[in-house]
Ligand binder design. Structure first.
Ligand code: PMT
Length: 410
């Protein structure tokens, strides 16, 4: 799937000699499918595990292996590649990075395509160590990683688990989605439109407890909220996601899990004291059971039904409106409206009543959009009376457009 942030980005993927090279093949393939232009450099040791042809096949681009090779096989002639590769690149990612390569980079060696490119490059350097747990924790490796971090390298901690040797420890290369998440974050931090802005986003339907095992909720899956969180990360923002659901959290996001509207309200008011923007994509229950039974409610033989008395939940956006009058933060507040009739009229009145900057209205009667689906069709209303209609498209794309509107307002 294409990823806007990665489209046409030039990523130099430097692969070194570890069994984890097989994961780098998948990474190169997924980055290419996402729209990036991936130039692979392989060290001699990496070629003991996988051939250059493998990477060439998945990226459709030449692979660089030999500093002295004058035949370019369609790419940059290698005698200038070490300068050209680094110069035009948006990112130099060393994945997997062995202890040997980490040492060479820390000391500024220049004896193969990778080390020479690293010295010539002016783009961010991302390093993902992968090695045996004992090697990773060794003082020499940690000191070298410390040196690289001090120089501004973006270093991703390896994961714990079982190694090819059978030993267990910390040193495994993370899986492709995690690696791509870090690459997105690293790229976004260069020139995102929300750089250093703090954005709070809510996602999912609140769960209002009836007893210890039952709750009242709605059909919100959280997909729209999580897509907004990823879009905000891609724009370079510091993101807090307040969520009732359990989806993979975009890399770089601070997650605050909540259940009820009251818990969500407390988390929103706390985080919004220092936030630049709030986006309320969550479907907050307007009512909750008036009392929560301490024990599981048992069915009785002589009664057919159960009546649960409901009471009003606080309106989170109205409480944010009140706080904003004192603190003037968040500077931008975005609401969503889930409507089953009179979409624009109802949305307009919510925009005004809740003093929102933007309101994203969706018609929840549509079967191909809204709750649970991967796509959405919305109208964005602004406080100056403007409307922007977004035809059916992925929630990712809808989110990118909303995030750009927020960036413009900030
Ligand atoms: O999660 P998905 O499956 O991806 O679906 C996405 C979505 C349809 C849930 C999302 O796009 C959406 O419309 N979210 C808002 C749903 C909703 O609660 O709408 P509302 O019209 O009831 O509320 C209006 C706004 O007030 C919302 O921003 C809501 O978060 C907020 N609200 C509502 C009630 C309440 N007590 N406090 C609030 O702050």
């Amino acid at each position: 799937m294409a990823i806007t942030l990665l489209t046409h980005k030039r990523i130099v993927l430097a692969v070194t000699g570890s069994i984890a090279v097989y994961k780098a093949v998948d990474l190169a393939s997924k980055l290419t499918q996402a729209g990036a232009l991936v130039d692979v450099i392989m060290t001699d040791a990496a070629q003991q595990f996988v051939t250059p042809l493998t990477f060439q096949s998945v990226t459709g681009r030449p692979v660089y292996t030999d500093l002295w090779q004058t035949d370019n096989s369609g790419g940059l002639p290698t005698h200038i590649a070490h300068v050209g590769l680094g110069e035009g690149a948006d990112l130099l990612a060393v994945i997997p990075a062995t202890a040997n390569t980490i040492a060479k980079l820390a000391f500024g060696f220049a004896d193969d395509v990778l080390s020479v490119t690293a010295l010539a490059a002016r783009c961010p350097l991302l390093i993902v160590p992968a090695m045996d747990g004992g090697m990773y924790s060794h003082q020499a490796v940690q000191a070298n990683l410390g040196t690289l971090a001090m120089r501004g390298a973006y270093i991703i901690e390896p994961e714990e688990g079982r190694f090819a040797s059978g030993l267990v420890g910390k040193g495994r290369l993370p899986e492709t989605p995690t690696l791509i998440g870090h690459i997105r974050r690293c790229l976004a931090q260069q020139h995102g439109s929300l750089l250093n802005r703090h954005v709070v986003i809510t996602a999912g339907g609140t769960r209002e407890a009836i007893d210890p095992v039952r709750f009242v909720s709605n059909h919100s899956s959280g997909k729209q909220g999580y897509a907004l969180a990823q879009a905000a990360i891609d724009a370079g923002a510091i993101v807090t996601l307040i969520s009732t659901v359990n989806l993979p959290t975009p890399i770089g996001t601070t997650l605050i899990p909540v259940n009820s509207a009251q818990e969500m309200q407390a988390a929103v008011l706390e985080t919004c004291q220092h936030a630049d923007a709030l986006i309320m994509a969550a479907a907050v229950a307007d009512f909750r059971p008036a009392t929560v039974a301490d024990q599981k409610i048992k069915k009785k033989e002589d009664t057919e039904g159960l009546t649960v008395e409901m009471t009003r939940n606080p309106d989170i956006l109205l409480s944010v409106k009140q706080r904003r009058e004192e603190l003037h933060l968040p500077r931008v507040v975005v609401g969503f409206a889930a409507e089953s009739e009179h979409l624009l009229d109802n949305a307009q009145s919510k925009l005004q009543r809740k003093a929102l900057d933007l309101l994203v209205a969706n018609d929840i009667t549509a079967t191909d959009a809204g709750f649970g689906s991967d796509d959405n069709r919305v109208v964005i209303l602004d406080k100056d009376g403007g409307t922007q209609r977004l035809e059916l498209q992925s929630k990712e794309r809808v989110s990118e457009i909303i995030i750009e509107r927020v960036a413009t307002l900030l």
